[in-house]
Write a protein that binds this ligand. Sequence first.
Ligand code: ZN
Ligand code: ZN
Length: 543
Amino acid sequence: MNQHTFLALVKNAAAAVSPSASASSRRLPSLHAIYTKLGFHAYARVTNGFIQAYCATGRVTDARRVFDEMPRPDTVSFNSMIHGYALAGDVRSACHLFDHVPAPTPVTWTSMVTGFCRAGDVESARRVFEEMPERDLVSWNAMISGHAGNRQPVEALCLFGRMMEEGFAPNRGTLVSALSACASAGALETGKWVHAFVERRRLRWDVFLGTALVDMYAKCGAVDLALDVFTTRLKARNTCTWNAMINGLAMNGYSAKALDLFRQMELDGAVAPDEVTFVGVLLACSHGGYVDAGREHFSMIYNKYGVRLILEHYACMVDLLSRSGHLQEARKLIAEMPMKPDAVVWRALLGGCRLHRNVKMAETVITEMEATCSGDHVLLSNLYAAVGRWNGVEDVRRTMRSKGIEKVPGCSSIEMDGSIHEFISGDKSHPSYDDIHGKLVEIGGRMQQQGYVKDTAEVFYDIEDEEKEQALGHHSEKLAIAFGLIGAPPDATIRIVKNLRFCMDCHKFAKLVSEIYHREIVVRDRARFHHFRGGICSCNDFW
Ligand code: ZN
Ligand code: ZN
């Protein structure tokens, strides 16, 4: 056995395992013994192979031992070790080692960027990225996907723009990250630009890029474009591709179409549905109010397809049952859940209680939840307000104060001329605020002519009484809609992404604006899409 054959053995042992499979990772230590005995540590390549193998199997401490025993670790040894720490999310050790690298290469820097991103510390990653003496494509990709993967889509897209300006040609990896950032930010124009770019460069729509494109269009509310890509462009489809389309249809309120597509997936038979597929299917049933179809699909998840039931499936089902007034059945389903119900599940039941004015059940639900989310209390408070129990409202308000629960501020974003504008409820800091305010006054006037009365019940007691009217005027989605009316071309659809659910009043507001100004408005809120056209919303006021 020479160093080459031995190195092959080490690589094999690492490749054969995932970190969890213990059987073959036990081969590494025995190989390690041979390595010491036969004097292979004289060969840096073999030693580096060991470091990489240990890191790849999650044994970073063992890797470090090998590293420390090296008389003169080379750049590859350092890079491998830093990469290992990065994979393990051990940023501190990575940084410490980084300071001792004699001659950092782009790989060394990139390992640091990846490490910080993995550990969720994007700020530090960005600092390292900006300090890099020269950047290669890998480091751009690491940073862009780092932003995109840590819920900073706007930063990801800005960086993507800068990368193009600096003359780096993006590869598939970059484009997938950019599309996923467009999807989360609702940046349709930028997404279309990426689409055109891929066509122009004649890049192949492989399954990853294709799925990212479908997902982007669907999440930006452009369902027709998503469907067009899905049906005419994509030859390669995997489960994720179907999932993107089914979930996209469901989110956008095309419930029947989503279920049709699921049937098509079953008939096609090329790929099997998974957990995510059924989240989409149940979401479709829930948004469409299809109780029977919901029950049927829910039972087939495990019984027909052997797919594990996850929390989201229960959440959708509870939501469907609760909305349609089957509150007891929903309650029973929660009791039967094999896992602990989370706030989303409880909130679905609570939402149903509110819709069907069942105060009694709502109260027991609230006591059962270990309430940490402000939304739940706000819901209960709104429910009390809706049935006129003002002392109940007061109690909830006191509980929220004593527990230090704060209302999450509403935030809506809109893309305009390639950049994304964010509006926070009540915030006046946007440079165009005066114009926006003027527009809101104008809209208000035209609405009053149409006999519109503000629905103030929703915001009862979340804010002081006298501020109520004012605050309604300044909800983030209203600011964004007004901004869209001012800035977007006359026939362009106004597209908005909102972090919370729509309130009743803003929903009514959007409907009227779509009618009075002959504008299509598409809003993605926390739960679903609303397509407003001619005074009507695709959700049929059921959300
Ligand atoms: Zn609102
Ligand atoms: Zn709606």
